[in-house]
Design a protein around this ligand. Structure first.
Ligand code: SF4
Length: 336
């Protein structure tokens, strides 16, 4: 398998304060791979503060890793220069949660789509640029004649989010980082945007890192998942397996908080509950220690990943009879 993108033991620490330095580990020892010739959709899930947006910023090259490597086509992105850097910038695109933020109210949609075409010199003439815009808008299910020439306020939230995707698509990306792309879109339009992500993978060969706090959408869109909590991977593997049979106490808590439309299933029926009053937090051990009802003394040392089956691993001492796996081997358990 040739790697398109690889996270190798990536850690990001933010430091603050001049005299008394404090540091926060936003992402700790995360590894995964995306293959060149096998596009996939991988979900990174967690609540706010889990490190998922920091992961997106690292992946896009907006912030440097404190340690570890982020490789794009085999080269550390911090070493990319000139033409190689431009290729990375073009091929790794993002769609963020706020479909309103990227629009300048004074410009029409055409402007938003023309800027990346000009910046990356993707067209030799105005008519070629126009064709590319039409192609991208059609690919995201919009009718170009209804969209081009319009101002942002004349469009719905769903249309704007599709235009954001078209803006990324016009650059023919290989990787799309979709950071909570449906959280600010009406519920009725969510399924459409999720279908769109799937068609980008199927029809355009784009691998997608789908970042969300919403495990139900993850279930519908992705094949694999990494569940994060306070910067660390708690559980990872096949979406199907993890949503249906979560093992890590944190994942079980997350899944149990979903109001499933299943009359036989009772909300809150699983035995896992977070502790109401957190016991003292520990900096070196399991990040879920303060809320975990199963916390033990040994959890004060950071738990490694244990392989639970061929498609699932959890960072938790409840499974320490299982085989321990190195973080960089996690990709082997993530289906594409
Ligand atoms: Fe709970 Fe310990 Fe497992 Fe962490 S390692 S989730 S504290 S049992």
């Amino acid at each position: 398998m040739t790697e398109l993108l690889e996270f190798k033991n990536v850690t990001k620490v933010f430091s603050s304060g001049l005299l008394t330095k404090t540091s926060t580990t936003a992402v700790r020892n995360v590894s995964f791979k995306l293959a060149q010739d096998d596009p996939t959709i991988m979900t990174v899930a967690g609540e706010s503060g889990s490190g998922k947006t920091t992961l997106a910023m690292l992946l896009l090259g907006f912030i440097p890793a404190t340690s570890g490597q982020i490789l794009y086509k085999g080269t550390d992105i911090k070493n990319l220069r000139g033409a190689e850097r431009m290729i990375f910038r073009r091929e790794v695109q993002a769609v963020f949660q706020d479909p309103f933020a990227v629009f300048n109210p004074f410009y029409t949609v055409d402007h938003l789509l023309t800027v990346p075409i000009k910046r990356f010199k993707l067209a030799n003439s105005k008519s070629e640029a126009h064709e590319k815009m039409i192609e991208a808008l059609t690919a995201v299910g919009l009718h170009p004649q209804d969209i081009l020439g319009r101002f942002p306020h004349q469009l719905s939230g769903g249309q704007r989010q599709r235009i954001n995707v078209a803006r990324a698509l016009v650059l023919r990306p290989k990787v799309l980082v979709a950071d909570e792309p449906v959280s600010m879109v009406d519920a009725s339009l969510r399924a459409n945007i999720l279908e769109l992500l799937q068609s980008l993978k199927e029809d355009h060969g784009v691998s997608i890192i789908y970042i969300t706090h919403d495990l139900t959408t993850a279930y519908h869109v992705a094949k694999s998942i990494m569940v994060m909590y306070r910067g660390t991977v708690m559980e990872a593997g096949s979406v199907d397996r993890i949503i249906k049979k979560p093992e890590h106490p944190y994942t079980r808590l997350l899944i149990d908080s979903i109001p499933w439309p299943d009359l036989k299933r009772r909300w809150g029926e699983t035995d896992i509950k977070a502790r109401e009053a957190a016991i003292e937090d520990i900096s070196e051990g399991c990040k879920f220690y303060g809320r975990c009802p199963f916390a033990m003394d040994k959890c004060k040392v950071f738990p490694p990943l244990f392989q639970l089956n061929e498609e699932q691993a959890a960072s938790c001492y409840l499974f320490d009879e299982n085989k321990q796996i190195a973080s960089e081997k996690l990709s082997e358990l993530l289906p594409v």
